[in-house]
Design a protein around this ligand. Structure first.
Ligand code: AMP
Length: 186
């Protein structure tokens, strides 16, 4: 699959949506660092939500976790889905991703929410992200930048999915922009 993907040339650009989260150390700085790294990898960030402070998902093993900072970004890329996954995983590694405990603390976590209107169901990659509709920490930032975007399987907009979401965990507006100002969103 990887070889096949890398042979495709002139692949048209797709609109993709990513969810970014951090709950270790300087959380805002980790999120801010990811933006230029995405751009360098050929994933051009065109819109970015505010930062939100979000409650950790309950049921995590180990000591209580710090709250997360989360945001969502809209990007254009010519990378194929697995190339995109590899790029986001390389950024997670580069920023020192800590995933020692399942759903535990992490320097940065990048999830692919949508890849155009594609549906992908493979062992290593599911798009649209299968848990995004149950998570306010994903839907609130995404609804800020793309409320009318339609989920290709559920056929509801992001705003409708948020209104219907049963998750009651806290998602609190924190900062309108990432620190360091990266010039996106005008
Ligand atoms: P997590 O630790 O929750 O970030 O999960 C990472 C794992 O989820 C990786 O092994 C990915 O291959 C897999 N995965 C499946 N679908 C996605 C997706 N849409 N975005 C990011 N990772 C995904």
């Amino acid at each position: 699959m990887a070889g096949h993907e890398s042979r495709i040339t002139g692949h048209e650009s797709r609109l993709v949506y990513l969810s970014l989260g951090s709950n270790v150390g300087d959380r805002a700085a980790h999120l801010a660092c990811a933006i230029p790294l995405l751009n360098e990898a050929g994933v051009r960030v065109v819109k970015q939500s505010s930062l939100y402070r979000t409650e950790p998902v309950p049921g995590t093993a180990g000591p209580p976790q710090q709250w997360f900072l989360n945001c969502a970004v809209e990007c254009e890329t010519a990378l194929m889905p697995r190339q995109l996954l590899r790029a986001t995983q390389a950024i997670e590694r580069r920023l020192g991703c800590k995933k020692l405990i399942l759903r535990g603390p992490r320097t940065i976590d990048i999830d692919i929410l949508f890849y155009g209107a594609s549906r992908i169901r493979a062992r290593d990659l599911e798009v649209p992200h299968p848990r995004m509709t149950h998570r306010r920490f994903v839907l609130v930032p995404l609804a800020e930048i793309a409320p009318g975007l339609r989920h290709p399987l559920m056929r509801r907009s992001v705003a409708e999915l948020l209104a219907a979401c049963a998750d009651r965990s806290q998602v609190v507006h924190h900062l309108a922009r990432l620190p360091g100002g990266n010039g996106i969103n005008g």
